[in-house]
Design a binder for this molecule. Structure first.
Ligand code: PHE
Length: 447
């Protein structure tokens, strides 16, 4: 079997991990969640959750990956706890299911790049969304997006993922900064910033029990946790650099990108007086496209924005595909290119139903987000905190100058605080799913 690859440099690993973290979650969900949940007040909660829960949770996946130098399924066997492999398997499954619909949204973004350049949607924003989001066109763009993902992963860690993200991540940052500067010049800038950032502490206080769990879920998702992606990426770390240092760089950059996205989205929306209403992913596409259709220079602004979205989605999608690919490549003597193509094709097929119906897409998303993701992070926390804690603490200390005080604190955090936070998220997530199922049932009854 060929020798296992490693990242060429530490920066290569950080870029790849940032590429995974920065995605639709940052540029799409984050600004809208903030706007809808009390602006700057929500932001404070969210930032606290990202650093207090997300960051230590990221270190859990890092230690499993770097210690074992194996894919997320074999990692547990390598560490001597084969009966925990199911946790990694669930994570890999989560990656595959997420990629199945994530790629569909990536396909929408492709359509919107073309639509912005040609002005196709300018006359009929809602109609355009309907055409590109569900149906034959959506299946086609889903295939295209998956093809791009496969093409990068096929070339491996150094030649594929590292090389691609070294270009994509800086491009995202530069373009987004440019767009935010443009946003500053728009008529709606002040109103946009106000909507985004004015703190509504009253709203926050009233809704804290629903906001905190959804902030926990969002924090895991945006940091790419719970799908074993960070186990896979950390398994390619050759040298013993400081995991807390790398992790904090990743968390900080990821947060800055999310914040910056709000400085683009809201000036654009408010410049045409659109109240960024509630509603899912689709509503956001429609209202933003509606704004590009009216702003002077909207074609260019739209193309720039959707290119950022494409790069962000693609650099996340490759990490989602790498996770299952790494399992097969580690364990069987198949060529990586073949493995990436076959798995990419299978996941593409699994995503077709979501390319035919946005409601189905919503279900995939809810199941992953509310159920699978918190469950897997919980399993990792139990494993790292209560099962393989000697190995984990030892691995975290490798290359870090933070000392035993930090590792001890981290261990107890993993043992107690993270499971408690997830327990809360799971209970509320299941409630949410049950509520939706009930609503559908009563709608069926009502005919
Ligand atoms: N972090 C990505 C985003 O914010 C999503 C993602 C989750 C990617 C898990 C990989 C793994 O869009």
């Amino acid at each position: 079997m060929a020798e296992r690859e490693t990242w060429t440099t530490r920066v290569g690993f950080i870029f790849a991990a940032v590429g995974s973290a920065v995605g639709l979650g940052n540029i799409w969900s984050f600004p809208f969640q903030t706007g809808q949940n009390g602006g700057a007040a929500f932001l404070l909660v969210y930032l606290a959750v990202v650093f207090v829960i997300g960051f230590p949770a990221m270190l859990m996946e890092f230690v499993i990956g770097r210690r074992s130098k194996q894919n997320p399924i074999s990692a547990f066997r390598e560490l001597g706890f084969e009966n925990w492999s199911f946790a990694g398997t669930l994570g890999v499954l989560g990656s595959a299911v997420t990629l199945a619909f994530y790629s569909v949204i990536g396909g929408w973004v492709l359509s919107y790049i073309v639509g912005s350049a040609t002005g196709t949607y300018f006359g009929n924003v809602a109609g355009f969304f309907g055409t590109v989001s569900a149906g034959p066109l959506a299946v086609g763009t889903h295939a295209l997006f998956m093809g791009l993902t496969v093409a990068i992963v096929a070339f491996g860690i150094q030649g594929g993922i590292e090389r691609a993200t070294k270009v994509m991540v800086p491009a995202i940052l530069v373009l987004l900064l440019g767009l935010a500067a443009w946003g500053f010049t728009l008529e709606g800038a002040t109103a946009g910033y106000e909507y985004y950032l004015s703190p509504d502490f009253g709203y926050l206080a009233d809704n804290l029990t629903s906001i905190v769990p959804s902030a926990v879920g969002q924090a895991f998702f945006t940091l790419s946790l719970g799908f074993s992606v960070m186990i896979a990426y950390a398994s390619y770390l050759g040298s013993d650099d400081s995991l807390p240092a790398d992790g904090s760089a990743i968390v900080v950059i990821n947060t800055l990108v999310a914040l910056l996205a709000g400085f683009v989205v809201f000036p654009v929306l408010l410049s045409i007086g659109v109240e960024p209403g509630s509603g899912g992913v689709g509503t956001a596409f429609v209202s933003l496209a509606g704004a590009f259709a009216q702003i002077p220079g909207g074609e260019l602004l739209g193309v720039g924005f959707f290119i950022v979205l494409l790069l962000a989605a693609l650099s996340s999608a490759i990490s989602l595909l790498e996770t299952p690919v790494s399992y097969v490549v580690d364990n069987y003597d198949y060529d990586r290119k073949v493995v990436a193509t076959v798995l990419g094709g299978t996941i593409f097929a699994a995503g077709i139903p979501t390319a035919l119906s946005t409601a189905t897409l919503g279900w995939y998303n809810d199941i992953v987000f509310n159920l699978l993701l918190p469950l897997v992070v919980l399993l990792f926390a139990l494993f790292v905190g209560w099962v393989a804690f000697d190995e984990s603490v030892d691995e975290l200390a490798q290359g870090s100058s933070l000392g035993t005080g930090f590792t001890a604190l981290w261990l107890w955090w993993v043992r107690l605080v993270i499971p408690a936070a997830i327990g809360l998220t799971l209970v509320l997530g299941v409630q949410d799913l049950a509520l939706k199922a009930q609503l559908i049932e009563s709608a069926v009854v009502l005919g």
